[in-house]
Design a protein. Structure first.
Length: 405
């Protein structure tokens, strides 16, 4: 074990698919664990948009870097015997099937602990393993809608919005990683494994918590907001700007050229204009005046001016513009990583304290089944046994490349 590989020696058998489970186990791999991604024939369902069967996409890269992949047909007896061999040598078992499915395959918690009593076992699901919604199919936008995120992130003008940045999945991945890390720490001290019931629902609840508390404290409404706290059009784009109090409003007025209209009596004191959305009266009028002034210069000019006056602001970038930001480039936030099955490098941001480096095996995501034969050999299968399993389609290796016309 080294400082950048605290989980060296930990073996993870990862049956999870989608985003939350795979990203959590990817993080374990980045910090030194050996993660064996067990995929169905043809690969994880997220590989479907790939150019070749079992290939990579941007999402499968970010979820599978540093892992090894084996494809197993768990509906076959020979396939389940292979998985039993893998489980017997593992420290962690992760699955994300709909509740009950993994049990029908023969790998419920009791069955797995019978093979390996000290294993850490994690189930990642949408609504949990029990309760009236346990069997409902779920993914990130389902939980955004159910937990209130769509409603809270909409506006009074155009209604609920789905956030395409999959915040529920990503938060669930972080929660799963932290839970697994804590369980492994506990196992290292006490020598015992545990069962973890991890859900997208829990992640969504935490993401919505700020809005929930505001509504509970303000008679069902969101908390009053400062008048200048939002997005504004400029001469060539948009900018976010905020003035939270009198001091910041004074600085913002100076940045806007101390236009005399901004100091009218009806706008004093600034703090008295704070109100729930949608703002009306003098607050709405002041917003309109600021909006008019911001049309007089470009986004870059306003950001430079606001920064000089110590005003909270940012250009409203899209993802590609963010990637090209000079500050982001100078920090080396993203590594451009070559990946099998993808023609151009894939940008991946560093994890906490752990940048990715081109050429490092931890920075490569395998194709589905890329390591099938090697994993079987590592677990005591002979060359003849491996060939028999392949011929019986109990396991499979990477798909043959599809010729490009």
């Amino acid at each position: 074990m080294t400082q950048d590989k605290p989980f060296a020696g930990v073996v993870v058998v990862d049956l999870s698919q989608g985003i939350a489970g795979p990203m959590a186990t990817m993080m374990l791999a980045q910090y030194g664990a050996t993660v064996i991604k067990v995929e169905p024939p043809g690969g994880d369902w997220l590989r479907a948009p790939a150019r070749v069967p079992g290939g990579n996409t941007g999402v499968t890269v970010s979820g599978n870097m540093g892992k090894r992949s084996i494809c197993i047909d768990l509906k076959s007896e020979r396939g389940t015997e292979v998985l039993r061999r893998l489980v017997a040598d593992a420290d962690v078992f992760v699955e994300s099937y709909r509740p009950g499915v993994v049990g029908r395959l023969g790998f419920a918690y009791d069955a797995v602990t019978a093979l390996n009593p000290e294993i850490v076992y994690a189930s990642v699901s949408g609504f949990g393993q029990s309760g009236p919604h346990a069997q409902r199919p779920a993914m990130d936008p389902v939980l955004q809608a159910y937990a209130g995120l769509m409603a809270e992130h909409g506006t009074f003008l155009d209604g609920p919005h789905r956030l395409i940045t999959i915040p529920v999945d990503l938060t669930a991945a972080l929660f799963t990683f932290s839970a697994l890390s804590a369980a492994l720490y506990g196992k290292r001290i006490h020598g015992k494994g545990t069962y973890l019931d991890l859900t997208l629902l829990q992640a969504a609840a935490w993401l919505d918590l700020h809005a929930l508390h505001e509504r509970l404290l303000h008679d069902g409404r969101l908390a009053p907001q400062p008048t200048i706290y939002g997005n504004y059009r400029t001469a060539d784009g948009e900018v976010f700007v905020a003035a939270l109090n009198e001091t910041e409003w004074t600085r913002l007025r100076a940045a806007l050229g101390d236009d005399e209209r901004l100091v009218a009596d009806r706008f004093r004191p600034y703090s008295a204009l704070r109100a729930p959305e949608p703002h009306t009266g003098p607050s709405a009028e002041l917003r309109a005046l600021v909006a008019e002034l911001l049309l007089g210069a470009t986004t870059a000019q306003w950001v430079e001016t606001f920064n000089a006056h110590r005003i909270m602001c940012a250009p409203i970038n899209d993802s590609l513009t963010f990637l090209r930001e000079p500050h982001v480039a100078q920090l080396g936030l993203f590594a451009q990583l070559t990946q099998p099955g993808i023609d151009s490098p894939v940008p991946i941001p560093a994890l906490a304290g752990l940048p990715f480096r081109e050429g490092d095996p931890r920075a490569v995501a395998p194709l589905a089944g890329a390591d099938t034969a090697a994993i079987l050999a590592d677990h005591g299968f002979s060359a003849a046994e491996i060939e028999t399993l392949l011929q019986a389609s109990a396991v499979s290796g990477p798909a043959e490349p599809v010729p490009v016309e």
